[in-house]
Design a protein around this ligand. Structure first.
Ligand code: KIV
Length: 290
């Protein structure tokens, strides 16, 4: 699959921006944290389509093609059924729609846990098919060997600790993690193991705040919080959540818009126009030349 734009006509919705920006790189993201602190917080959002990527790109340092697309795009009950093909196709679209942000693609459940070799097969397939620069995978200490294996073989890895949605069947739900001392110690230990294994950044999801602060202080890699702490080295949100596409969102989401109402209002207006025949009007129809 080609990851470069072929179309450049005035009528194509896929037009690239007129003045492409230079794309950030994984080493540049990693280097933003020096001596335990970032110059300014890193900005990451999820993206799943080319048009979303075009709109988000200039505002972000990283675009994450999250396996949350299972719920957000496909209406699945969890991220468990998401496949490598789904991830590769959406990641390719996001790469095509972006010029500036580093694009990171989630490894779906079942594609990496068995062995470092299995992870390498899946990750290389994702990067080849999409043109993304890095992968993200969930899990703590048990994934450290895999992260080292991939990183040493040319595949940058973002870690993900705390609430790890692919483990929903083990965790029993999506509640915040780390309320007991032993669980808190385990999550901090997990993050340290990923850091030592060479993760270039670590997502911390759904943990009580002191855990996120402790991890951010103790690891060299930038931490990216979601339901974690403003003291993390960066933040991420699921884009459809922050745009207001869903009525029900996790407590840690801040809605920056109400796109669901805007879409519903547009659809209602369109339906009314069709039904009273005011659409299409003279501006939207072709007449024979006189
Ligand atoms: O899949 C996803 O969107 C994620 C983010 C919530 C970090 O993993």
């Amino acid at each position: 699959m080609s990851t470069t734009f072929q179309l450049d006509t005035s009528t194509s919705r896929a037009n690239p921006t007129p003045a492409p920006m230079r794309r950030l790189t994984v080493p540049k993201i990693r280097a933003r944290k020096q001596d335990g602190a970032v110059d300014e917080p890193l900005v990451m959002l999820t993206a799943y389509t080319a048009r979303q990527a075009q709109l988000l790109d200039e505002h972000c340092d990283m675009l994450l093609v999250g396996d949350s697309l299972g719920q957000v795009i496909y209406g699945l009950p969890s991220t468990i059924p998401v496949t490598l093909d789904m991830m590769a196709n959406h990641a390719a679209a996001v790469v095509r729609g972006s010029y500036h942000s580093v694009v990171i693609v989630d490894m779906p459940f079942g594609s990496y846990e068995k062995s470092p070799e299995q992870a390498f097969e899946s990750a290389s397939q994702l990067l080849k098919a999409s043109g993304a620069a890095a992968v993200k995978l969930e899990g703590g200490e048990a994934m450290a060997e895999t992260i080292a294996f991939l990183s040493q073989r040319g595949i940058p890895v973002m870690g993900h600790v705390g609430l790890t949605p692919q483990a929903v069947n083990v965790l029993g739900g999506y509640a915040a993690r780390g309320r007991s001392d032993s669980e808190a110690d385990k999550i901090v230990g997990d993050a340290r193991a990923l850091d030592e294994a060479g993760a270039f950044a670590i997502v911390i999801e759904g943990v009580v705040e002191p855990i996120a602060v402790a991890i951010t202080e103790q690891v060299a890699a930038p931490t990216i919080g979601i339901g974690a702490s403003s003291k993390c080295d960066g933040q991420v949100l699921v884009v459809d959540d922050m745009l207001g596409m869903f009525e029900r969102v996790p407590r840690f989401v801040k809605k920056y818009g109400d796109i669901a109402s805007a879409i519903s209002d547009c659809a209602a207006q369109y339906a009314a126009d069709v039904r009273d025949r005011s659409f299409p009007g003279p501006d939207q129809t072709y007449q024979p030349k006189k």
